[in-house]
Design a protein around this ligand. Structure first.
Ligand code: NAP
Length: 310
């Protein structure tokens, strides 16, 4: 069998947590590779406007690009390959990607999360024909048209604002009478007169070949009604992308988030986790970056101690 490419530290993920781990790991003098996947893609990449990352205002794609380039400048190797499995064998970790097998002394899981689905009729059928989970990716197709955004969190409000900015006739649909999004985002939403359809949940998406209508259910009036729309942007939260650690015996909570301590250590020595895939209380780019720095520091200490043991 061909010898696998070996590293001190392999980071699975290239969002703010993964890229920051790569910057710190490489600066500690470790041989580092960080892996970027398309599914799930970093949520930050898809964020149209960042206003709460200290020292930076702009879009998420640009910010993450800068972080990755910074990591590469310090010598971290960036690999655009999906990691499918991680195993522990003879004291090292084997990382199986689409393109090959790599080994590492320690790993940092920074896989973030995947968008949640509504699970209603029409959702799957109309993906790419009016149903989307990413306004930055697909909003352009609907300039000048009626669109709905589903959800009441930061992502949904951000997407609604973005769609309005690019010229869509956008309404937000939320299942309660109060948004979950931060006040600052809510203020921006209301400043732009973006209508909110309150207390309503989508129950069906309809159309001939493309999305034409969404059937909503008003939970207060307990009645169904239809809204004409060309697109439905679904932003109802994320689920952690942590299946990859199942085989390693890494502990996760009931929602699937990896359980870490203050050093971003998991219950498995040599396996660290950072960012939105962890059971941390705040899911933000800045906290993910902070987790990434801590995880890299812990991984560095772990690897240093391995050297002293041998
Ligand atoms: P989120 O905060 O979990 O919000 C999900 C929203 O979707 C909630 O309003 C929820 O309603 C609604 N929802 C959930 N399931 C639904 C269903 N089946 N049908 C209808 N509505 C449903 O998710 P998120 O907005 O994607 O944010 C994820 C995390 O990333 C959060 O921690 C957020 O703060 C963070 N984030 C931060 C920023 C930023 O600071 N720049 C930007 C984006 C995201 P309820 O409110 O009734 O539960």
């Amino acid at each position: 069998m061909e010898e696998e490419e070996s590293y001190d530290l392999i980071i699975v993920g290239a969002g703010p947590a993964g890229a920051t781990s790569a910057i710190y790991g490489a600066r500690y003098g470790l041989k580092v590779a960080f892996f970027e996947s398309v599914d799930p893609i970093s949520q930050l990449t898809l964020t149209p406007t960042i206003e709460n990352f200290p020292g930076y205002e702009g879009n998420g794609f640009e910010l993450i690009q800068k972080m990755k380039e910074q990591a590469e400048r310090f010598g971290a190797i960036h690999k655009f390959e999906n990691v499918n499995d991680i195993k522990r064998e003879s004291g090292k970790f084997l990382i199986y990607s689409d393109n090959g097998v790599y080994s590492a002394k320690a790993v940092i899981i920074a896989t973030g999360g995947k968008h949640k689905e509504l699970g209603i009729p029409g959702e799957k059928e109309f993906v790419g024909r009016g149903v989307s989970y990413c306004a930055t990716c697909d909003g352009n197709f609907f300039r000048g048209k009626k669109v709905l955004v589903i959800g009441g969190g930061n992502t949904a409000v951000e997407e609604a604002i973005y769609l309005k900015e690019i010229g869509c006739d956008v309404s937000l649909v939320h299942r309660r009478d109060e948004l979950r999004a931060d006040k600052a985002y809510q203020n921006e939403l209301f400043k732009r007169d973006i209508p909110v359809i309150w207390n309503s949940i989508p129950i069906r998406i309809e159309g001939e070949n493309v999305v034409e209508k969404v059937v909503l259910f008003n939970r207060v009036k307990e009645e169904e009604f239809k809204v004409d729309t060309s697109a439905v942007f679904i932003a109802v939260g994320i689920t952690p992308a942590t299946d990859i650690v199942r085989g390693l015996g890494v502990e996760r909570d009931s929602m699937g988030y990896i359980i870490v301590n203050k050093k971003q250590e998991t219950n498995v020595p040599g396996v660290f986790a950072a960012g939105d895939c962890c059971n941390n209380p705040l899911k933000q780019a800045i906290t993910a970056a902070g987790d990434g720095a801590v995880a890299a520091n812990s991984a560095f200490e772990y690897i240093k101690n391995l050297g002293q043991e041998s």
